[in-house]
Write a protein that binds this ligand. Structure first.
Ligand code: CTP
Length: 403
C-alpha cells in the first residue's frame, strides 16, 4: 500500500534519530518516496549526508537552501506529500506543533501540511509524563493527527514504556495500515446518501453550584467517530455533543450542550426529521434537585446533595419512533452485561444495542479502542477489540443493513 506514496519524514533532536534510517529503509523498500525535513537539533544526532544517501534526495533543514540561497518551500512540501511522519518527535517539537510556534522548517512544513500527519514521540518517561507533554499530545490528537506510541492500541505492539519511540517497523506498519484503510474507505459506496442521522456524544455535566458539576469520564471519541463515519458515507449528520475536547468535520451540524436537559431538548427537537438516532452519549442519570446560586462553602461535617433523575433521552426518543426510523442505543455495563443490554433493548425501544463492558482493559472511557457486542432481538454478535474508528465502521454497517 505504500508503493508510490510520497512521505515527508520529519526528524528532531532525539537520540532515537538514528532509528529514522531504519524507517527510511523500510519505506523505500515498500516503494515509497521519502523527503527528509530535519530540525537544527536533529542534525546534532544524525548527518544530512547519511539521510540524503538513503533517500536519494537533498535533506531540507533551513528556510533557504545552503547551496544557492533559494527558498525551501514548506507549502510545496505540504502539497506534495501523501503523509507526514515525525519520528522521532521530541517534547519541544510536540509543544511547538501544538501551539503553532513556527520557528523552523519542520514546523512550517507541519503547519502547511495537507496530508495526514503521524507523530512518534520520543523522550524519557519523566518528560513524557509531564502534564504539559500529555496536554500537547492530546491537543495534537484533537487536531486529527495520529499519535504512534508503544502499546497505545494504534498498533497492537504489546510494548510498554511510554515515551520511547515506537519501533521503526511498527511506524511503517501504521502508515501502511492507514493507506490500506483509506483505499477501503474510498471504495465505500455512499450508502447513507439522503439519510439524516442524529448522534449524541460525550458526557453531560449537571451543575451543583456555579463552579461544580456531576459528570463522568466519557471523552466523546466513540460518538465523534460514528459521526465522521456517517458523514463519510454520505449522510447528513446532526451531532449533539456534551462537553468534550474534540473537533469534527465542518460539514457535520454540531450542537454543543452541557446538561442532560439541554441534550434532551436538542435531541427531541431534531429526531422527527431524522432517519436514525445513535445514542452514544454517557448521559448523567441524576442531577442535583437544586443548583446553588453561589459557590457552596465548606462548613459542618457532611454535605448532603439531593439528586433527581434526569430525562431518559433514549427512552423518550424510542417512544417517538416511527416505523421508518431506527434507534441504536449503547449500554455500558460492569456486570451481567448481556441480560442488562437485553433489558435496555426493550426499555429504549431500540433496534439494536451496542454493548461495552468496563471489564475489558484499554477500552471504553477515554480509550482509543473499544470492544463491542451488538445485541438485537434475534441474538448477538461480538467483535474484536479495535480502534474506535473501525468500531464505528462495524456499527454503521449494521445500521445500514436495517435502514
Ligand atoms: N441514555 C439517554 N439518556 C439518559 C441515560 C441514558 O439517552 N438519561 C442512553 C445512553 O446514551 C445509552 C443508553 O441510554 O444509549 C443506555 O445508557 P446507560 O447509562 O447504560 O443506561 P441507563 O438507561 O442509564 O440504565 P441503567 O442505569 O440501568 O444502567
Amino acid at each position: 500500500m505504500l508503493k508510490g506514496k510520497k512521505i515527508v519524514l520529519g526528524i528532531t533532536g532525539s537520540i532515537a534519530a538514528y532509528k529514522s534510517c531504519l524507517i527510511i529503509r523500510e519505506l523505500i523498500k515498500s516503494g515509497a518516496e521519502v523527503q527528509v525535513v530535519i530540525t537544527p537539533a536533529g542534525k546534532e544526532f544524525i548527518t544530512p549526508i547519511t539521510l540524503s544517501a538513503l533517500t536519494h534526495k537533498p535533506v531540507v533543514s533551513g528556510f533557504f537552501s545552503q547551496k544557492d540561497g533559494t527558498w525551501n518551500s514548506h507549502v510545496d512540501l505540504g502539497l506534495w506529500a501523501d503523509a507526514m511522519v515525525i519520528a522521532p518527535c521530541t517534547a519541544a517539537t510536540l509543544g511547538k506543533m501544538a501551539n503553532g510556534v513556527a520557528d523552523n522548517m519542520l514546523i512550517t512544513t507541519y503547519l502547511s501540511m495537507k496530508a495526514p500527519v503521524f507523530i512518534a514521540p520520543a523522550m524519557d518517561l519523566d518528560m513524557y509524563k509531564h502534564p504539559s507533554t500529555l496536554k500537547n499530545i492530546d491537543t495534537l490528537r484533537s487536531f486529527g493527527n495520529h499519535i504512534i506510541e508503544p502499546g497505545n492500541g494504534y498498533l497492537a505492539s504489546g510494548l510498554e514504556g511510554k515515551g520511547r519511540m515506537e519501533e521503526p517497523e511498527n511506524i511503517v506498519r501504521a502508515l501502511d495500515n492507514f493507506f490500506s484503510c483509506s483505499v477501503e474507505l474510498l471504495s465505500y459506496t455512499e450508502d447513507l446518501k439522503d439519510k439524516k442521522i442524529l448522534i449524541t456524544a460525550g458526557p453531560t455535566y449537571e451543575k451543583i453550584d456555579p463552579v461544580r458539576f456531576i459528570g463522568n469520564y466519557s471523552s466523546g471519541k466513540m460518538g465523534f467517530a460514528l459521526a465522521e463515519e456517517c458523514y463519510r458515507r454520505g449522510a447528513k449528520v446532526v451531532l449533539i455533543a456534551g462537553p468534550v475536547n474534540l473537533t469534527c468535520s465542518s460539514g457535520i451540524h454540531r450542537i454543543d450542550v452541557e446538561s442532560c436537559m439541554e441534550m434532551f431538548d436538542a435531541a427531541v427537537g431534531e429526531f422527527t426529521e431524522c432517519d436514525a438516532a445513535i445514542l452514544c452519549a454517557a448521559v448523567a442519570d441524576f442531577r442535583p434537585e437544586v443548583v446553588a446560586e453561589r459557590k457552596i462553602k465548606r462548613k459542618g461535617d457532611d454535605l448532603l446533595l439531593k439528586l433527581k433523575p434526569t430525562q431518559d433521552i433514549a427512552a423518550t426518543i424510542g417512544g417517538m419512533k416511527r416505523d421508518n426510523q431506527r434507534i441504536v442505543a449503547f449500554a455500558l455495563e460492569t456486570n451481567e452485561e448481556e441480560s442488562n443490554a437485553q433489558r435496555k433493548l426493550e426499555k429504549k425501544n431500540a433496534d439494536f444495542i451496542v454493548l461495552n463492558s468496563t471489564r475489558i482493559p484499554g477500552t471504553t472511557f477515554q480509550a482509543d479502542d473499544n470492544q463491542i457486542t451488538i445485541i438485537n432481538k434475534e441474538g448477538k454478535k461480538s467483535y474484536a477489540k479495535k480502534p474506535k474508528t473501525e468500531v464505528a465502521h462495524d456499527i454503521i454497517d449494521e445500521l445500514v443493513a436495517i435502514l
